[in-house]
Design a protein around this ligand. Structure first.
Ligand code: PHE
Length: 358
């Protein structure tokens, strides 16, 4: 075998074996570059005798052309393979169903509203709503607050500028005015919850000037305190997702209920963690009572025919307790990192079948 044949065989084998364009380029430089083996051989032609050159010239040129062609062919082959691989990796199967990738989180307040709604709708409650800006009648008078009664002050009411006739609208201090609106517009039996924003001039770690409540109202002919207790006990068990919750009803005063109570649930503090259900400490979570006869009368219902119960709970407070969020003010700071941490997956709708929270 001649020297040229050996060289050609060697180069062909290497070109065949090259797996990357970089390796191929290295081979090209090594063979055909200025200092490449073939180029070096070409330089020796000048020193040869005319006969020798006649034979070696075409041989070397042929070798050079064949090697260059082989490198080109291999280059095309590698480029094609790379493109194939890329197309395969970027392939999209359009027959697959859309894979949801939700962006953003559900705010704990919205989550708790949804959870409370899921629980009470399973018990047959409807949802009612009312305006954030209320008149004195719905927010106070119809709810049996006597005129100039200090209870109006307890609420730290935000008043709007007086209107031309002197009437001052308020930012509702509780969701109870929607009790009035509902009883005036609907015939009993009534079974509603009222989620909404409420406002009081107050701000610290557990109070913000705007906060959220869920009110409940049941009006029927034979409603009694047992129904109230049963409903609320069932509610807290489901809401806190524990079967065994200790509850306690403490006498209290609200102008619009009689008797009135506050409901506490048992808890204990283990280190920094708050455990609900048992323990020797009590935490107040809602106000409630039997609807006051004066309120029924104010709404055109006969208290000898109808009775009912009502309750109102702080949603933000429930969210803090259930999800261990220490400061209420962060709820309204619009900090995306906070929401990323405490928020909920938008596709996990709270429902009683698969669990309220996951
Ligand atoms: N409206 C009361 C409050 O905001 C709560 C409440 C509602 C109490 C219904 C009794 C009945 O404090």
């Amino acid at each position: 075998m001649t020297e040229i044949e050996t060289l050609e065989r060697d180069l062909s084998a290497k070109i065949d074996a090259a797996t990357t364009e970089a390796a191929l380029e290295e081979l090209r430089v090594g063979a055909l570059g200025k200092k490449g083996v073939i180029s070096q051989q070409m330089k020796t032609l000048g020193k040869m005798s005319p006969e020798e050159r006649k034979e070696m010239g075409p041989a070397l040129n042929g070798l050079k052309d064949r090697v260059a062609a082989a490198i080109d062919a291999k280059k095309t082959e590698l480029e094609d393979a790379a493109l194939e691989a890329r197309l395969a990796s970027e392939q999209i199967d359009v027959t697959l169903p859309v894979r949801p990738s939700p962006k953003g989180k559900i705010h704990p307040v919205s989550q708790v509203f949804e959870e409370i709604t899921a629980i009470f709708s399973a018990m047959g409650f409807d949802v009612a709503e009312g305006p954030d800006i209320e008149d004195d009648f719905h927010n106070f008078t119809a709810l049996n607050f006597p005129p100039d009664h200090p209870a109006r002050e307890i609420h730290d009411t935000f008043f709007l500028e007086p209107k031309e006739d002197g009437e001052r609208m308020v930012l509702r201090t509780h969701t109870s005015p929607v009790q009035i609106r509902t009883m005036k517009s609907k015939k009993p039996p009534i079974r509603i919850i009222i989620p909404g924003r409420t406002f009081r001039c107050d701000s610290d770690q557990t109070h913000t000037p705007m906060f959220h409540q869920v009110e409940g109202l049941v009006i029927d002919k034979e409603t009694h305190m047992g129904h109230l207790k049963g409903t609320l006990e069932a509610f807290v068990k489901t809401f806190f997702e524990i079967d065994d919750v200790k509850t306690r009803f403490r006498p209290h005063f609200f102008p619009f209920t009689e008797p009135s109570a506050e409901m506490d649930i048992g808890y204990e503090r283990v280190g920094k963690e708050i455990r609900f259900g048992q323990g020797s400490d009590w935490m107040e979570i809602l106000g409630c009572g039997m609807v006051h006869p004066n309120v029924l009368t104010n709404c055109g219902l006969d208290p000898d025919e109808y009775q009912g119960f009502a309750f109102g709970m702080g949603v933000d407070r429930l969210a803090m307790l259930k999800y261990g969020i220490p400061d209420l003010r962060d709820f309204f700071a619009a900090d995306a990192r906070w929401l990323e941490h405490y928020g909920f997956d938008p596709l996990d709708q709270p429902n009683l079948a698969t669990g309220l929270s996951r």
